[in-house]
Design a binder for this molecule. Structure first.
Ligand code: ZN
Length: 230
């Protein structure tokens, strides 16, 4: 089995909804990893954060996964909503500290996916997109405890090159190590890398960030595994 099923319950009317998720990790299937952190794969399923109840039509955010009921059943429906519906969700979920930023992140991703091959974007749509990115920056900046690739990409796409350059400049080697140690502690991982590996990783990180600034103001593919037949 490649997928399994979560059973969600609408917090408003109690209706049940089934959404699928891959039992395999995304790194084991063909995928594109975009600079906006979106994983694109026709072989990997993960429930969307923002779900719409099939019965009452209200929006709610995915509860913590360890609280969800799992049934052994294949399911390829993730509940992902189109951009225009996500805009409606943002309006309805406004003020919710968890649900609103998630819905806005998904709206950003939906826009990026929808317009990835074209610059022919309606002015109103583009204005909404930019306002949404600024909202995400304003929300996440005071909450960021370390270098944030999300904030870097949001600033980059908004053309804030000076902010991006400042972010790169403040990520010194010592700072990189300090943040990595915090990350390992928070995620209960062992900090074990030897200095040579750390230096190499740090240099690659800086090189990747500087490369990002040479790219057009659109998300780009950072990493890919080309489709193949298993
Ligand atoms: Zn409902």
């Amino acid at each position: 089995m490649e997928t399994n099923t979560y059973v969600l319950k609408c917090p408003y009317c109690g209706a049940k909804k089934e959404v699928g998720f891959s039992t395999d990790t995304w790194t084991n299937v063909p995928y594109y990893f975009w600079s906006d952190a979106r994983i694109e794969s026709s072989r990997w399923y993960d429930p969307a954060y923002t779900q719409q109840c099939p019965a009452c039509g209200k929006f709610f955010t995915l509860p913590r996964r360890n609280t969800l009921k799992i049934i052994e059943k294949e399911c390829y429906e993730t509940g992902q909503l189109p951009l225009q519906t996500l805009k409606q969700a943002i309006t309805e979920l406004a003020g919710d500290e968890v649900a609103e930023p998630r819905a806005r992140l998904e709206a950003w991703w939906a826009f990026n996916a929808l317009y990835k091959d074209t610059d022919d974007i309606p002015a109103k749509e583009l204005a909404y997109y930019k306002d949404n990115m600024q909202w995400l920056i304003d929300f996440h900046t005071p909450r960021a405890t370390r270098f944030s690739h999300l904030l870097f990409e949001l600033h980059r796409l908004l053309g804030h090159k000076d902010v991006c350059e400042q972010m790169i400049e403040s990520l010194t080697y010592d700072e990189y190590i300090r943040q990595r140690k915090i990350y390992c502690t928070e995620n209960k991982m062992k900090f074990y890398d030897d200095e040579e590996t750390l230096k190499r990783r740090y240099e690659k990180e800086i090189k990747d960030l500087k490369f990002a600034l040479t790219q057009p103001l659109k998300p780009y593919i950072k990493d890919e595994v080309k489709p193949y037949d298993k």
